[in-house]
Design a protein around this ligand. Sequence first.
Ligand code: NDP
Ligand code: MG
Length: 384
Amino acid sequence: MTPKKKIAILGSTGSIGTQALEIAREQKERISIEVLTANSNADLLIAQAKEFNPNHVVIADESKYLQVKEALANDDIKVFAGSKSIAEVMEITSADTVLTAMVGYSGLLPTIKAIENKKRIALANKETLVVAGELITSLCLENKVNLIPVDSEHSAIFQCLVGEDLDTIDKIILTASGGPFRGKTRKDLANITKAQALKHPNWSMGAKITIDSATLMNKGLEVIEAKWLFGVKGSQIKAVVHPQSIIHSMVEFNDGSIKAQMGLPDMKLPIHYAFFFPERVKTEFKRMSFTETNTLTFEEPDQETFRNLFLAYEAMNKGGNMACILNAANEIAVDAFLQDKIGFLQIAELNEKCMNLVKYMANPTLNDYIETDTETRKIALSLL
Ligand code: NDP
Ligand code: MG
């Protein structure tokens, strides 16, 4: 019997976190859960801790500490509170793998701590690589840590690259569903509501990434994520709209051969793959039928209407702290949109303004990224 995978789940109460725990439930013999963390959903965190009996539980929202502590008083579980504790637990946990499933910039510091403590990273939190890709990839090299992608597109590319020489990649073709507003004009988008934007045609996900999918920011973040994960040039990454979400992405090699990874859209598959890589482990997940899904179509993304994708390419090509600026602005903009403070089209407008206003740095340190994030949020809030 292979030893159990010891897994820490950062963001266990979210969409990725709960699907990861479904896998842990189905693979009880092979997975032990060491750490669970949440932002403020104490009730679900407590229920998860009771079921999976981790060594450590962290709730970022300190006002919920007593509730969690008291509920778990009779269990052999250490409870911590505060954002800093999520990173600090990475120093004491016996986990060998950390699934980063928090949202946005909040994933950066815990991921850095996990890498420094030589944990294998199952990376869902793409924003970590968008904000500080250069720093994270060099930290991984230094600490001999593997980053295994969970994002479905990057898992697909990763799977296509098993056994291949990275120097033979000609092109990475990232597929995009196109979101709920594919084919719409800017005029159509001017008055759409958050309820419309929160309805994704193929995937059920957390609110932030669902809005990012509707604006194509998600694809932009994924282009940058791919650059750092696979060490290719920006010009080698092409986004293609594929509304059926069956091909999760493709790699074209220097001999003209193209490999694709396919399957039904279900995040449990890439999470499962990341947990067990390099092993493939049997699942009972629903299988795809080529005769039921008999049409696969492809089109160019409309970067004029969905300007965020264009901005992400700009930020990637500029390098330095530009993608960090774009990410911070976008987090503020999406939040404001979800609170009905700005319209759909203003998300990209705010992002672009921040990219022009915040001080650019060509060679940022970790402290520069932290400052850039704080500064951008301040400027973005003042522009609302
Ligand atoms: P959710 O919003 O569903 O869940 C986020 C999780 O992180 C929750 O556990 C939440 O706690 C916690 N969290 C949020 N903010 C903070 C914070 N500031 N400090 C500490 N914990 C926090 O997000 P998703 O699961 O959809 O996405 C997670 C990450 O995975 C994102 O980076 C996303 O881009 C990426 N991803 C998601 C996919 C999906 O299908 N959902 C697909 C590919 C990538 P609480 O519940 O208490 O708020
Ligand atoms: Mg994705």
